[in-house]
Design a protein around this ligand. Structure first.
Ligand SMILES: N[C@@H]1[C@@H](O)[C@H](O)[C@@H](COP(=O)(O)O)O[C@@H]1O
Length: 242
């Protein structure tokens, strides 16, 4: 694991965007695993600026998002579909056919999950996976539990996640209780993983991910088993790193 501590969120976002754009420059057909949440917003902004300055071309990349809420309309402002189009896809030259986000539908969700995994395999797996981290150590929506899922699956969201994500909704009651998430296999099979963490509220989760025991009770700790992980943390999130 490589850990890089950046002075602030702006620098973290720029560094993350630079790493993504280098990946695309070295392979214009790169398969990227993308994350949502507040943390990667700055990275998407930087990537859009790089695109506007002709520094990066998204024309041939393929993307797979980590997760989506279940039974939330894709047009809902808090759906990850809306997030991705609004904050990134609509502002760059990615091709619609190359975008993949799990469909958050209860109906046929088993089929939706297995189709998603097949699509990832058909694309040749993920070259670079971007991750955020939950305060409880979740990655994607792989929540702490006595076991983790290998494949894309339906998740019952943990109480801390519902609480944490309620800041985006008008009330806690509105936060969906379930989601579809990529499983640990697609994440761990990615050639390279880039995890972003910002703010003091992530400090404990980052400490456990790096120095703690490897346990399904802290999903990000499994990243210690991967051979090519970079964690970009700002000073606040790196507070407890020795
Ligand atoms: N499912 C997402 C994760 O993919 C994200 O990494 C995490 C942290 O989000 P934030 O960056 O807003 O703290 O929580 C969300 O629930």
């Amino acid at each position: 694991m490589e850990i890089e501590v950046l002075d602030n969120y702006k620098k973290l976002s720029l560094k993350a965007a630079t790493m993504v754009s280098s990946q695309i420059t070295s392979n214009p057909n790169s398969v990227l695993g993308l994350a949502t949440g507040e943390t990667p917003l700055g990275m998407y902004e930087e990537l859009i600026s790089m695109y506007e300055d002709d520094l990066v071309d998204f024309g041939d990349i393929i993307t797979f998002n980590l997760d989506e809420y279940l039974d939330l309309d894709p047009h809902h402002e808090q759906s990850y579909h809306y997030y991705m189009y609004n904050n990134f896809f609509n502002q760059v030259n990615i091709k619609e056919k190359n975008i993949h986000i799990p469909q958050g539908k209860k109906e046929n969700c088993k089929k939706i999950c297995s189709k998603y995994d097949k699509e990832i395999s058909r694309a040749g797996g993920i070259d670079l996976q971007i991750l955020g981290i939950g305060t409880n150590g979740h990655i994607g929506f792989n929540e702490p539990d006595h076991k983790l899922h290998v494949d894309t699956h339906v998740v019952e969201l943990a109480e801390d996640t519902i609480e944490a994500n309620s800041r985006f909704f008008s009330s806690k009651d509105e936060v969906p209780r379930q989601a579809i998430s990529m499983g640990m296999s697609s994440i761990m099979k990615a050639n390279k993983i880039l995890l972003l963490a910002s703010g003091e509220k992530k400090a404990e989760a980052i400490k456990k991910s790096i120095n703690g025991e490897i346990t399904t009770r802290h999903p990000a700790s499994l990243l210690q088993l991967h051979t090519n992980v970079t964690i970009l943390a700002d000073q606040a999130a790196a507070k407890f790193i020795r």
